[in-house]
Design a binder for this molecule. Structure first.
Ligand code: C2O
Ligand code: CU
Length: 420
């Protein structure tokens, strides 16, 4: 913390060696350390200042996925950090409590940079939009779970053999960079902050004993009330916060099972929970959560349409760095229709929070009705979003919207908008 109260964070992008499989080191990339990055945490109202230093041998960027901030601070493909240089964005945190994250966004190379290990969580606290008694001791009853799939050869070396359409899909699932992990539960109620940090894999997350659990938050903030479920789906870039109840000596595996959308094939164990003989008392699951109002589009809201086709086009065009596709008035709430002509994709919009209005005219499940910034778009479907834009204007510097399957983003399934 600087003398004027600014919270300063330092992130150095570098290569290193990691034993993902014990005794078998492989080259990985990380922020500060060899693999992944530290969890950044700040409170609404904080001024934050980042020092992003690039020690990779090539240009990169760092995008604050989920942050509401000026476009020049966003870390998209226009804010390149050349090798050997430092980028110093700063802004004031002004958004509800949420689990956000950060990762590189260099145009055409995002898939490679994220896959090699450049990703971390960015937690926003806000006493005004959080229930007072949620589990919140980081690492004890408030646990981040970054889900990523990798391809590792017999010598434990990270492989990069992209599949032609979806890119890098692995069959070794890491949680927080760890293969075959377990977690020792010491409290009766545990909060999990789950990030799908994979390049392309979808997860359908459930407990092997099919116990029910409670979704409390989506990408951009808490739900109005917990939604009780026995399985949740996360496409790349999406986050969910959930509460899980444990009994003493419970042993249960969190796993991902194949879904019916054709793109999350395979059953995988994610993490084993092992509960202690005696558990500290946890708070009970709250009945109400957030104080932030639901995102509503006003009558007569501007509507825009986006057609995702093949694996590289939106509205028939590939992304171009010099073309502004949409101009949005500051503070607007608009309705965006995102349509998949054939394959399943997902859709992320920088800077905003949105609410999923409907999927082919049907309401999404309760657990997906919270504030979000990334949504799964099923094959041959149209998803309508009520999108709330911020008030940081800049007619020259665009924000991005794109498919978060990183190979698709790299190939051009991305567009640019400015806020004026
Ligand atoms: Cu998480 Cu434009 O990205
Ligand atoms: Cu896609």
């Amino acid at each position: 913390v600087a003398a004027d109260g600014t919270k300063q964070f330092s992130l150095t992008m570098r290569a290193g060696r990691t034993e993902v499989l014990p005794g078998k080191p492989t080259t990985t990339w990380g922020f500060n350390g060899a693999f992944l990055g530290p969890t950044i945490r700040a409170t609404r109202g904080d001024r934050v200042a980042m020092r992003v230093h690039n020690q990779l041998g090539e240009p990169s960027t760092v995008h604050w996925h989920g942050m509401r901030l000026p476009a020049v601070m966003d870390g998209g493909p226009h804010q390149t950090v050349q090798p050997g240089t430092t980028w110093s964005p700063h802004w004031t945190i002004d958004q509800p409590a949420a689990t956000s994250w950060y990762h590189p966004h260099p145009h055409g190379s995002t898939a490679k940079h994220v896959y090699r290990g450049l990703a971390g969580l960015f937690l926003v606290d806000d006493p005004a939009t959080a229930a007072p008694d949620l589990p919140s001791t980081y690492g004890v009853d408030d646990i981040p779970l970054i889900l990523q799939d990798k391809i590792l050869d017999a010598n434990g070396r990270l492989q990069e053999n992209p599949k032609p359409t979806r890119g890098l899909i692995g069959d070794q699932i890491l949680v927080n960079g760890v293969y075959d992990p377990f977690f020792e539960v010491t409290t009766a109620l545990v909060r999990l902050r789950i990030l799908n940090g994979s390049n392309a894999r979808m997860y359908n997350v459930e407990f092997a004993d099919r116990r029910r659990f409670h979704v409390i938050g989506t990408d951009a903030g808490l739900l109005a009330a917990p939604a009780t479920v026995d399985r949740v789906q996360l496409s790349p870039g999406e986050r969910l916060e959930v509460l899980v109840e444990f009994a003493p000596r419970d042993q249960v595996v969190l796993r991902s099972v194949a879904g019916d959308n054709g793109i999350d094939e395979g059953d995988y164990d994610l993490l084993k929970f092992v509960a202690a003989d005696q558990l500290g008392p946890g708070p009970s699951v709250p009945r109400r959560l957030a104080a932030s109002p639901r995102i509503e589009a006003p009558a007569g809201a501007r509507e825009r349409r986006f057609r995702l086709s093949g694996s590289d086009e939106i509205n028939g065009r590939e992304m171009e760095m010099t073309r502004i596709d949409e101009v949005v008035p500051a503070g607007a709430t608009e309705i965006w229709h995102v349509q998949n002509t054939v394959y399943a994709h997902n859709f992320h919009i920088h800077e905003v929070a949105f609410r999923i209005l409907d999927v082919d005219g049907r309401q999404p499940p309760a657990y997906l009705q919270g504030p979000k910034d990334t949504a799964f778009i099923p094959a041959k479907s149209t998803v309508r979003l009520a999108v709330q834009f911020g008030r940081h204007t800049d007619p020259k510097t665009p924000y991005m919207y794109h498919c978060h399957i990183l190979r698709h983003e790299d190939k051009g399934m991305m567009g640019q908008f400015v806020i004026v």
